[in-house]
Write a protein that binds this ligand. Structure first.
Ligand SMILES: Nc1ncnc2c1ncn2[C@@H]1O[C@H](COP(=O)(O)OP(=O)(O)OP(=O)(O)O)[C@@H](O)[C@H]1O
Length: 489
């Protein structure tokens, strides 16, 4: 559909774009990324014919760009330039109508119902129809941007070249505009080539990305091939980390600042815990990076309060989340800062111990009720009813854990818990076999993310050894306390 072959070009004698080649298919959305001054806008100008290349060529549907008459080219290619401050004296509708220029013919152009429809539709899609009689210069930067996108859409060209279309737009309008543009690609087979400064938006919406570096292509490929930590850090010279988008297979980046917030040398100890008949409460001065399967704020996040709340054995509630949030709020614990879980075990029976490793210390907290013990390998054979009895395990580490270390901490803690069950000969009453846990166990791993960097947390590592020892010892002790309280021993 559109082919760029070994194109080079720039201004005066200076080459700004050098030897760039790529193809874009019909209906494809290609994002152009790159640092300031890397040649993105110049490349777009070379592709639209605004600049003449010093070598190489651009082909549209196999035909050389330079062989198109200007009106014919405008029927093939609509361009949204970077927005500049300039004096406008048109209304919104008149500005959008300029997009119909290539469809007018002869000395006395006639305005057709097709023109009328194209303008109306473009204004509707970009949500500027309500401003149709307003003067352009009286609109905000973001509103003006949407008017120019409407003008490009009204042109009804099969190829759209966009230079930062989301510039000046708030997030709702960024989403609305990119949804609209993407819909044009999917439903009307429009080919879209767009410059982006926002790597995350480009990754989310584009089929492929082209990363420019000093006038050349550094890489071109699907978002997961381009939005890589090493590539982005190398080209943009900024520290970033990448993470998956929650709904789409499109990697996202986060900037990693080099400036520290303030001095923060908090050391987590058992003094951070407060135990009452109502709850086990852990509180830290600063937020810890946390992974958990709690009722409130499960998954990963940064929190400074952890609550293991005691509930009655008959506790039942239709909306557990809401009830738990009310409980926390009544105790001055904000949802934004707190991980909350529940147990029917006496919270005063919680076992809390500190462990020291050469890499940094950790604190383990366990509450264990095993009236609902289950052999996980046989659970599929038996009928299970909701029952009370849960083991809640917290491991709080002074150190900086890598993502894999968080996951390995969960594995290590779970293995240690299962070993403790075996040690205490806790049986699954339905199968008569050794239980591995209960049906509603919860785990929380948290780390200060300061101090020693801890890449792994399996039992081959110092930290893994202490998690194994700590969770085993605390769980054994908690089970023994539980058995005594129940009069089993
Ligand atoms: N009209 C011009 N005349 C001379 N040099 C120019 C002109 N426009 C751009 N340049 C130079 O060309 C280089 C690349 O500019 P270009 O606008 O293509 O980069 P870009 O990647 O789009 O940058 P940005 O992200 O800042 O918009 C820059 O060094 C710039 O100074």
């Amino acid at each position: 559909m559109l082919e760029v072959k070994n194109i080079s070009g720039g201004y005066d004698q200076k080459l700004v774009v050098e030897d760039v080649s790529f193809q874009v298919s019909k209906g494809e959305m290609l994002g152009i990324l790159g640092p300031n001054g890397s040649g993105k806008s110049t490349l777009l100008k070379l592709m639209s014919g605004i600049l003449t290349p010093s070598s190489g060529e651009v082909l549209i549907e196999g035909k050389l760009l330079k062989s198109f008459a200007s009106k014919e080219l405008a029927k093939k290619l609509a361009v949204l330039p970077q927005l500049h401050n300039q004096a406008f004296s048109h209304t919104v509708r008149e500005t959008v109508a300029l997009g119909r220029y290539p469809h007018q013919s002869g000395w006395f152009s006639t305005w057709s119902s097709e023109d009328e429809f194209a303008i109306k539709e473009a204004m509707r899609l970009t949500a500027v129809d309500k401003y149709d009689k307003h003067l352009l210069e009286l609109l905000s930067g973001g509103e003006q941007q949407r008017v120019f996108v409407a003008q490009a859409l009204a042109q009804q060209a099969p190829i759209l070249l966009l230079d930062e279309p989301t510039n000046h737009l708030d997030i709702a309008h960024q989403k609305q505009l990119l949804d609209t543009i993407k819909t044009q690609a999917i439903e009307n087979d429009i080919t879209i080539i767009s410059i982006f400064h926002d790597i995350n938006l480009a990754s989310l919406y584009c089929d492929r990305l082209l990363l420019m570096d000093q006038g050349r292509i550094k890489v071109i490929g699907e978002p997961q091939e381009v939005v890589k930590k090493s590539l982005v850090e190398n080209v943009y010279e900024a520290r970033v980390s990448t993470s998956p988008h929650p709904e789409r297979p499109k990697p996202q980046i986060t900037i990693l600042p080099d400036v520290n917030e303030k001095q923060d040398n908090q050391l987590i100890t058992s003094f951070n815990f407060k135990v009452t008949g109502d709850y086990v409460l852990f509180q830290a001065e600063n937020q810890l990076k946390t992974w958990s399967s709690a009722v409130i704020n499960a998954g990963s996040g940064w929190y400074r309060n952890f609550v293991n709340r005691r509930v009655d054995a008959q506790y039942h509630c239709d909306n557990v989340q809401e009830e738990m949030l009310n409980y926390l709020a009544a105790r001055g614990l904000s949802e934004a800062d707190t991980v909350g879980m529940m147990t029917a075990v006496r919270t005063t029976d919680a076992v809390i111990k500190e462990y020291v490793t050469p890499l940094g210390s950790l604190v383990v907290m366990v509450t264990a009720g095993v009236g609902n013990a289950v052999d996980v390998s046989r659970a599929h054979e038996v009928e299970m009813f909701p029952a009370i009895g849960t083991i809640n395990t917290w491991v709080i580490i002074n150190g900086e854990l890598a993502e894999e270390a968080f996951i390995q901490s969960v594995i290590t803690a779970t293995e240690a818990k299962t070993k403790a069950m075996a040690h205490e000969q806790v049986m699954d009453p339905r199968t008569g076999t050794l239980a591995t846990g209960t049906s509603t166990d919860s785990v929380l791993i948290a780390a200060t993310q300061k101090g020693t960097y801890i890449e792994y947390a399996g039992p081959i590592t110092e930290i893994g050894k202490k998690i194994g020892q700590g969770v085993f010892e605390c769980t054994v002790e908690a089970i023994q306390i539980y058995k005594k309280a129940k009069g089993w021993v």
